[in-house]
Write a protein of this length. Structure first.
Lengths: 122, 143
């Protein structure tokens, strides 16, 4: 079974190497990746947005909606971690408490009041 | 809950490193126009500085950066980014087109500042989300 797996991987790797023969040359101006919308970005990124770093211009401007989706995914991951891992506490009277303890809430209130963010409250 | 590991070296070095990491993170976020970097990378560095505080100082770090702050900062970043996108729609542009009608500014300058604020909000968002994930994993739901 192990020998079969090795032979199968070898055959598939052979197909992949065979397939690379049809890839365009590196930096070929006639390749599909260089004839699409990327030439527009390269020619107009600076004049459109005064941003020397073309990558930033594409990331935050031309492809801003895509970046927005990525960012929302990050926030969703954080929220799911909180919701899954932090247990709701029971208050003394048995009702459902919040996600955070009373001490944490007091710390946050102190921080919101502008005290105790760095160092002591003196 | 973690308690502070009593090592003078760890404590002193961490306290010296955290401000430097944070200043460099702000540099990376705000210079996304000119150099490699941007909101995602700078936000990760900000989160790393807070996690270094958590690792080296234990409970004391919760007084400096409370556990709730992570997800609050992430939510602020996401909301501000979304509002920045919708703001251009009020003036007739597309979502995140930065086509705001501010007099005296050309379209390229508006796009410049739009990209800048987008990077800043992404930085906030990644910073808060990563710290929130770390806190949730560290406490593991037990208290």
């Amino acid at each position: 079974m192990k020998l079969f797996a090795i032979i199968l991987i070898g055959i598939l790797a052979g197909f992949v190497i065979w397939g690379t023969n049809d890839l365009p040359e590196r930096g070929d101006p006639g390749s599909p990746a260089s004839t699409g919308v990327s030439t527009y970005y390269i020619e107009n990124a600076y004049t459109d947005s005064k941003t020397p770093n073309m990558v930033t211009a594409v990331l935050a401007d031309y492809r801003g909606f895509d970046t927005f989706g990525e960012a929302v995914v990050v926030v969703a991951a954080g929220l799911s971690c909180l919701l899954i891992l932090l247990r709701r506490r029971r208050r003394e009277d048995g009702t459902e408490g919040g996600l955070f303890s009373q001490a944490d809430a007091e710390k946050a209130a102190r921080m919101a009041a502008g005290k105790g963010l760095y160092g002591d409250d003196t | 809950m973690t308690s502070r590991f009593e090592s003078v070296f760890l404590f002193v070095v961490a306290r010296a490193m955290v401000p430097l990491i944070q200043v460099f993170a702000f540099y990376v976020i705000t210079h996304g126009h000119y150099s490699p970097g941007g909101g995602f990378q700078g936000g990760v560095m900000l989160a790393a500085s807070i996690i270094l505080l958590r690792v080296s100082m234990g409970d004391e770090s919760y007084e400096r950066f409370p556990r709730e702050a992570g997800i609050v900062i992430a939510g602020f970043g996401a909301l501000a980014f979304a509002l920045l996108g919708f703001m251009s729609m009020l003036f007739g542009g597309n979502f995140l087109e930065y086509a705001l009608a501010v007099p005296g500014m050309g379209a390229d300058e508006l796009r410049y500042w739009g990209i800048f604020f987008a990077e800043v909000f992404i930085g906030f968002l990644v910073w808060g989300a990563l710290v929130a994930i770390y806190d949730a994993l560290e406490t593991g739901g037990v208290e």
